[in-house]
Write a protein that binds this ligand. Structure first.
Ligand SMILES: C[S@@+](CC[C@H](N)C(=O)[O-])C[C@H]1O[C@@H](n2cnc3c(N)ncnc32)[C@H](O)[C@@H]1O
Length: 244
């Protein structure tokens, strides 16, 4: 037997962001799969809280090891290869659970499935019918916390990763949401404005905003570590806007 259908469900940053549509989808699933990075994965605890609230059974699937050396390289080919190998390993571990259990399987996705998340690609490879329920993404929450619009009137916003930031700026981008970073390296951008958020929606949430030269890279690092100390995990992002 194999699962007959899959539902990819974005749940925002926690139970407080589950939309009525996502709640209905969770209730419709026979079980919900979530990647687990070890027994004490703090992000798994948040997924568990979401499932408990909607009576869904959570099945934790151990996440295959990722080649972090290759994945942090700045060489795009090495990075892409490492991520592809990791996705393939993920597909196989999910396939095993789906074949054993059958029924309607939910995949819980942090934030929104359309943004820097591999679940849709993984599910496509499984070859099963699926639908997607959107969730509140980190950039949306960042904008809400700073009570702002992500772009100026009629102007674009560029979504990117910390790894690509320098080349995107060199290519002329002046209004960027930067995700998937570690400690920011923002040298030379002192006159840019930054709107920063770490662990948005969690108890350790941290915010900072201002001219980057005034806010200081060091204080963003402190905010990041403060968030980690409170929550036991850290994720951050920021909007950067160049001087006119
Ligand atoms: C793998 S991506 C997932 C993005 C997610 N699908 C979304 O819709 O926001 C993870 C990145 O999203 C950002 N992120 C996710 N959750 C966050 C949070 N609660 N606070 C700040 N940044 C967050 C960080 O840049 C992190 O490195």
């Amino acid at each position: 037997m194999s699962a007959s259908t899959v539902r990819v469900i974005g749940f925002g940053m926690g139970p407080q962001h589950v939309t009525p549509e996502a709640a209905d989808a969770l209730r419709s699933c026979d079980y919900v799969l979530a990647a687990a990075k070890g027994a004490e994965d703090p992000l798994l605890a948040i997924r568990r809280a979401v499932c408990e609230q909607y009576g869904a059974e959570l099945v934790a699937v151990p996440d295959p090891e990722r080649d972090r050396d290759a994945a942090t390289t700045t060489a795009t080919a090495g990075y892409d290869r490492a991520v592809r190998a990791w996705h393939t390993a993920r597909v196989e571990s999910y396939r095993a659970v789906l074949e054993e259990r059958g029924g309607t399987a939910g995949f819980l996705v942090w934030g929104d499935p359309a943004l820097y998340d591999s679940t849709i690609r993984v599910v496509e490879q499984l070859g099963l019918p699926f639908d997607v329920i959107p969730g509140i993404s980190a950039p949306q929450l960042l904008a809400a916390r700073h009570r702002m619009v992500l772009h100026e009137v009629g102007r674009p916003v560029h979504l990117t990763t910390a790894r690509r930031l320098r080349e995107d700026i060199a290519a002329g981008q002046r209004n960027l949401v930067v995700m998937l970073g570690s400690a920011p390296d923002l040298e030379g951008l002192e006159d840019w404005q930054v709107w920063y958020g770490a662990n948005l929606g969690a108890p350790g949430e941290q915010l900072a905003a201002g001219r980057l030269g005034d806010v200081g890279e060091a204080s963003l690092r402190v905010a990041r570590e403060h968030a980690r100390a409170i929550d036991g995990w850290v994720m951050d992002l920021y909007l950067l806007r160049g001087p006119r």
